[in-house]
Design a protein around this ligand. Sequence first.
Ligand SMILES: [Zn+2]
Length: 316
Amino acid sequence: MELKEIAKDIYACLQEDRGFGWNNAGFVNLGGGLAIDTFYDLNLTRQMIKLYKTISPEPAQRLVNTHHNGDHTWGNQLFKDAEIIAHRLCAEKMKEEKKINLPAFLLSGQQNPKAFPSKLKPFIDAMSEFDFSGIEITLPNHLFEDKLDLDLDGYPCQLIYVGPAHTPGDIIVYLPEHSIIFAGDIVFRQCTPVGWEGTHAKWIEALDLVLSFEPEVVVPGHGPLCGVEGVKELRGYFEFVYSEAKRFFDEGLDPLEASKKIDLGSYTKWNEPERLFFNVNRAYREFRNVEPWDAPYNAINLFLKCQELRVHWDGK
Ligand SMILES: [Zn+2]
């Protein structure tokens, strides 16, 4: 974990992308302190807060969640006195995960793997470095719809809704004075993106909005810092995968078969290229044009299909 100053008073808290759940966060040391996202478990989030304390001894007065996924929000409880800001649909999804107590489910999988079907082992293994004990999903207490302007002691900060792209409640944090964007999971850098709910069109629109600001620095949700080149590369990936998926959809192949046929070229160098399956599967949902953008899905089954794709590639 590294705290990197990207402009005066603006910090990115970076974790090396090692697969699912290794995300980035941020801190703006103005206006009482604004934290952007948390990490996946309490230990990692405590380490992050410790780093922020080296900048400012007082706890951040505000926390923004860029979207609901646990890697970005399951440390919220450690900001208990803060104003926690998110999009309304981010809060809705967090409520659903709180209701089923998703952290406890994952924890039980780690503690008692034998009680889980053996086919789930790769999924549980992928989470093995996180400690899901003690997590109480803590909902945002300040919701907004399209845009929220924050005044950090005269320093402008814009929260802009760009979903549903990666999830229903995606937002970006734009700091116009320094031309910096904390993109949340709208930008994955040198690692394969995952589309959950949302649409291809909205994700492209979100990337185009990021590009329209001509940011100097983009803090991706996952992977190293970048400028506009990283955003363009991701846009290129989506356009490529979408058109390839359409070709194989028209030929009648299922999403896994299509994923096996797609030649990823240089995109195979991105971490976890097998997550291609998520994107192909989501494209197929759009081509069928029957299910809504937030149609229910079984995340574990999708993950296991990615593993099948990996095994297929490894066997070639
Ligand atoms: Zn993420």
